[in-house]
Design a protein around this ligand. Structure first.
Ligand SMILES: Nc1ncnc2c1ncn2[C@@H]1O[C@H](COP(=O)(O)OP(=O)(O)OP(=O)(O)O)[C@@H](O)[C@H]1O
Ligand SMILES: [Mg+2]
Length: 225
């Protein structure tokens, strides 16, 4: 279970502070697929970054299975993230000087024997529909959709308990989008938790619950929570 309590986040810009998230609270049950929608610029990525432990909120708590993420020392938090939380970034964040295969394997490079790790990385790349002749290419030589699929494979390499996805199908054609939907369904069927931001209504319909981010708060059909 993930408890999000009284989350607030503002950004300062040109000596002005703009509140993006205002007192947001939410409980995500283990195994739930939670979808977040909302207009551009409302703070969806900011929310995911806070929830994943990447961006410290101004106040509030993020609690994973009783562990208060921002009470952990930075190194321990980043270790917790690496092993338990997969993150598919909206802008992919692939490492530019590493090959496709290395990008997928790197999160676990010191944790596992290389042969088994690289075999799994190859299988995952194959599952997300990457052709083998792209495995040794640098990210700069990939299309947007190919980069997105590498980012998805990387997020899954540690078999995380929680997958946080920021527009995971935003750059994909219908066939590849369907592959990713199947992958997410499989992930959920194994009891793992998904928190996803999407503008794609087709993708949104597979979630268990949809929230709309609006004026710094989350709404369901029943109203603001
Ligand atoms: N580091 C930052 N410094 C200042 N303002 C920021 C920063 N990051 C984001 N913002 C602003 O915060 C607001 C929310 O940004 P965010 O990226 O969370 O929106 P979003 O809902 O994910 O949008 P999109 O659907 O376009 O991805 C935007 O107005 C953005 O300009
Ligand atoms: Mg965003």
């Amino acid at each position: 279970m993930i408890e999000i309590k009284n989350l607030r986040k503002s950004y300062s810009c040109n000596f002005e502070s703009k509140e993006i998230l205002s007192d947001m609270s939410l409980i995500i049950e283990e195994g739930q697929w939670c979808t977040i929608i909302g207009p551009s610029g409302t703070g969806k990525s900011t929310f995911l970054n806070c929830v994943s432990g990447l961006l410290k909120p101004d106040s509030g708590e993020i609690i994973y299975e009783g562990i208060n993420l921002y009470n952990l020392k930075e190194e321990i938090r980043s270790e917790y993230r690496r092993l338990n939380i997969g993150f598919i970034f909206q802008d992919f964040k692939l490492l530019p000087h590493y090959s496709v295969l290395d990008n997928v394997a790197l999160p676990l490079i010191y944790d596992e024997p290389k042969t088994a790790l690289y075999l799994r990385a190859k299988r995952l790349l194959d599952t997300v529909g990457m052709k083998e002749d792209l495995f040794n290419r640098l990210p700069e030589g990939l299309s947007g959709g190919e980069k997105q699929r590498v980012a998805i494979a990387r997020a899954l390499i540690a078999n995380p308990k929680v997958l946080i996805c920021d527009e995971p199908t935003g750059n994909l054609d219908i066939d590849n989008r369907n592959i990713i939907i199947e992958l997410l369904k499989e992930f959920k069927n194994k009891g793992q938790t998904i928190i996803m931001v999407t503008h794609d209504e087709e993708v949104a319909q597979y979630g268990d619950i949809t929230y709309k981010l609006y004026l710094g708060n989350l709404e369901t059909n029943e109203g603001t929570i």
